[in-house]
Design a protein around this ligand. Structure first.
Ligand SMILES: Nc1nc2c(ncn2[C@@H]2O[C@H](COP(=O)(O)OP(=O)(O)O)[C@@H](O)[C@H]2O)c(=O)[nH]1
Ligand code: SF4
Ligand SMILES: [Mg+2]
Length: 417
């Protein structure tokens, strides 16, 4: 059974939330009244949106109602916000106090919610206030929006289109490894050093192992000794060769830590596919937008000294000695693109820290710790500003040459991504 997408309607009292709910459901499911606070509770309507599927609408109490502070109503409204996959924020632009809206935006942001602003015009003249209100509440292009009159049924289709065009449904999951075939072997190359936390795999490694097993295929892990491999110690090469030769059925694809790509481009037999955990993760977190990240790498060919590059990590994990984002990638950039200026962003910060107008390329981590929504928002912002984005795995592969890049992308192309 597919789960219903939950669309919550939020805003100040009398902003037109219940009217919007009625517009969406075309029924009198909510009580609409001009006496403040009529929607004493959250109201629910189940509906089917053509092109989206089954949805649950939640009409909520005004965020600014006096009694909301600290009482059950407030809890209910916050619970509705938590539950919502999409927040419709209804704003009457004629007002002069937007604290309630600010609070909703803040809470929705904390929860990584998708949000669409709905400016509800009680009066056509109110239109002139929209841009001022909008710039006081949001960063440019932060969220998509629509302007309408909630009582006018002619806006119904426009509103539905805005939802269909902007909302990423929760059921549109992509496959983690779309090329996995039942009954086949897959090698997970997991180099470990003293600093690798014990007792668990990293999230992408654990996800890959679980996914392959679930697909009735066989994940087999190899702990590569990178120091020995890079140092030319023949014992590591022999151990690897022995491992690969031990399969009675050839493994289909090797999924490696991106850091080991320099070794695996040389050590992977030509009949076995090769890709990296970081590439797998960025495709999954961006819901199948790997081609954008692959195209993004071309920006390297046009780099000039003084150009800025942003290395973005989506979480604040503890940094190890030979950290990819802060040590290895900067080293390669400085070597092959002397004079470029490297900026970093960690965790939730992204746009703020470095000056995006100067930025010529973003190199993003696998993004395993952020939500699909936040990743979509990042891509949306970059697309608007025309800044290309690539990824750690793609970058490290490209640094090994065009052929290696082609090779790590091939399993995904074969899966017709
Ligand atoms: N003229 C006009 N009145 C509206 C509009 N939207 C809502 N109203 C009226 O404003 C009042 C409050 O609307 P309601 O939907 O109950 O607001 P809520 O408190 O946010 O749920 C009702 O009398 C609605 O008929 C609109 O776009 N134009
Ligand atoms: S979010 Fe990025 S930096 Fe953090 S663990 Fe995942 S891939 Fe690494
Ligand atoms: Mg209401």
């Amino acid at each position: 059974m597919t789960e219903r997408d939950i669309i919550g309607i939020f805003g100040k009292m009398n902003s037109g939330k219940s009217s919007l709910m009625n517009l969406l459901t075309q029924q009198e499911t909510s009580i609409v009244d001009s006496t403040p606070g009529t929607t004493t509770d959250t109201k629910i309507a189940l509906a089917e949106i053509h092109g989206l599927g089954p949805v649950k609408f939640i009409d909520t109490a005004g965020f600014d109602e006096q009694e909301l502070l600290g009482d059950k109503k407030r809890e209910k409204t916050l619970a509705a916000l938590k539950e919502s996959d999409l927040v419709l924020l209804v704003i009457d632009p004629s007002g002069n106090d937007f604290e309630a809206e600010r609070l909703i935006i803040f809470e929705a942001g904390k929860l990584d919610k998708q949000l669409i602003t709905v400016y509800n015009l009680f009066n056509n003249q109110d239109r002139i206030h929209i841009s001022e209100v909008d710039s006081s509440l949001f960063k440019p292009n932060e969220y998509p929006g629509i302007v309408l009159n909630a009582l006018d049924v002619n806006y119904r289709q426009e509103l539905l289109d805005s939802i269909l065009n902007n909302y990423i449904p929760k059921n549109s999951k992509v496959e983690l490894l779309p090329f996995i075939e039942q009954g086949e072997f897959y090698i997970l190359n997991i180099p470990m050093d003293e600093e690798t936390p014990s007792g668990r795999y990293l999230r992408p490694q654990a996800m890959a192992e679980e996914y392959i097993t679930r697909k009735w295929a066989f994940p087999v892990s190899y702990r590569m000794n990178l120091t020995k491999a890079r140092g030319g110690d023949p014992s590591e090469r022999e151990r690897w060769n022995g491992f690969v030769a031990s399969f009675t059925k050839r493994p289909k694809v090797i999924i490696t830590d991106s850091q080991a790509i320099d070794i695996l481009k040389l050590w992977t037999p030509s009949d076995i596919g090769l890709t990296t955990f970081s590439i797998m993760m960025i495709n999954f977190m961006s819901r199948g937008r790997l081609p954008e990240f692959v195209n993004g790498i071309r920006a390297l060919d046009y780099l000039q000294p003084e150009d800025h590059i942003l290395i973005a990590e989506a979480c604040n994990h503890s940094r190890i000695k030979e950290d990819i984002g802060t040590v290895q990638i900067p080293k390669l950039l400085n070597k092959y693109y002397p004079g470029v200026i490297i900026d970093h962003s960690f965790g939730r910060e992204f746009f703020n820290k470095s000056d995006m107008s100067r930025c010529k390329l973003v190199i993003h981590c696998g993004g395993c710790m952020i939500s699909n929504q936040r990743m979509a928002a990042r891509l949306h912002d970059l697309n608007k500003t025309g800044i290309p984005i690539t990824n750690y795995g793609i970058f490290l592969s490209y640094m090994q040459g065009e052929e290696t890049l082609e090779r790590v992308v091939k399993p995904w192309k074969a899966a017709d991504l």
